[in-house]
Ligand binder design. Structure first.
Ligand SMILES: Cc1cc2nc3c(=O)[nH]c(=O)nc-3n(C[C@H](O)[C@H](O)[C@H](O)COP(=O)(O)OP(=O)(O)OC[C@H]3O[C@@H](n4cnc5c(N)ncnc54)[C@H](O)[C@@H]3O)c2cc1C
Length: 288
């Protein structure tokens, strides 16, 4: 199918984009990498009258270290995150997750901001940003504001972005020396959206102890209407040395707190089983 006709404006600046959004309201859509938006237009899932292309905002693209914060501009493309030495050093989970996003051609154009703003619960970046305790930087004609990732994803394709706001950047605390990060997902074929995925962070210890974890953060994707933390499982994993019995407690806690949706190919029970498998793999990877 082909999209319905629409007008196109390449915004010259953020102020220009805010003005166009105010003028056209719900009739306008922001275009970043176009890797989701153009597909939805072609499928006639939406028929906006105007596309406002923000792709020329060079200040919103790039990865930089600001003190203890890694700042990634909203227009930074997936492939730039995948290949960034700064990301590899300070937020290696993102480098692990990137190859799971679609295929290279899509990663060459798709952006971090487009993925976070779209808030597909099966996308990799939202779960990573939640596990890494990131902050989303948003701006409108009224100025800038920041929202913690934990408060940004509100539901299916729903975020804390107001209608007059755009996502400018994502800020991540740099990885502490003793923090381990791990990303893995299960998909039917490489490049497909995940059936289940897990972004996990933890510190070994206290005192670097080899069988104890602290500061455990698990964020699952594809298991609900948004990326989901698993607080009961996290608590069980850091309650003491990771004996087989404690791991079994963590597994039971996870199964009790997850309420996954079935999808076209997997039942809720199968997704729960996959999530438990991912959790056990992440713990093993972090401990080793
Ligand atoms: C075949 C295929 C497979 C895919 N597989 C995956 C996958 O496995 N995992 C995954 O995560 N993604 C996947 N994607 C989606 C891809 O990662 C997109 O790049 C991403 O979802 C959107 O980024 P974009 O820059 O292309 O945004 P666009 O398509 O341009 O925009 C997406 C939405 O976000 C809004 N938007 C964009 N930028 C901003 C901003 N800065 N502020 C506010 N709103 C904004 C737009 O208005 C639009 O509603 C896949 C896409 C395709 C076509």
């Amino acid at each position: 199918m082909k999209s319905a006709a629409f007008d196109y404006v390449r915004a010259e600046s953020p102020a220009h984009a805010y003005a166009l959004m105010a003028q056209h309201g719900d009739e306008a859509r922001i275009l970043a990498g176009g890797q989701t938006l153009l597909a939805t237009l072609n499928m006639r899932l939406s028929q906006p009258a105007l596309l406002v292309d923000i792709g020329g905002f060079s200040d919103w693209r790039g990865i930089e270290l600001r003190g203890n914060t890694l700042r990634i501009g909203a227009l930074t493309r997936h492939v730039e995150i995948e290949e960034s030495p700064l990301v590899a050093q300070h937020a290696p989970m993102l480098a692990q997750a990137a190859p799971h996003i679609a295929h290279r051609a899509i990663r060459n154009l798709g952006t971090l901001g487009g993925t976070l703003a779209y808030a597909d619960p099966a996308a990799e970046w939202p779960a990573c940003v939640l596990a890494l305790q990131g902050t989303l930087v948003m701006a409108s004609a009224q100025g800038e504001r920041r929202v913690a990732a934990a408060d940004f994803f509100l539901g299916l394709y729903s975020t804390a972005l107001r209608e007059d706001e755009l996502l400018v950047a994502c800020e991540l605390p740099v990885r502490a020396a003793d923090e381990h990060q791990h990303f893995s997902e299960l998909a039917r074929r490489h490049g497909d959206y995940a059936v289940a995925g897990l972004a996990a962070c933890a510190r070994r210890g206290p005192g670097g102890s080899s069988d104890t974890l602290s500061d455990v953060r698990l964020a699952f994707l594809s298991l609900g209407d948004r990326p989901l933390r698993a607080p009961a499982c996290e608590a069980a994993l850091q309650a003491g040395p990771l004996t087989a019995a404690r791991l079994a407690q963590a597994d039971a806690a996870l199964r009790a707190e997850l309420q996954p949706f079935a999808d076209l190919t997997h039942s809720a029970a199968a997704k729960t089983q996959l999530a438990a498998t991912l959790m056990q793999r992440a713990v093993r990877a972090i401990l080793s």
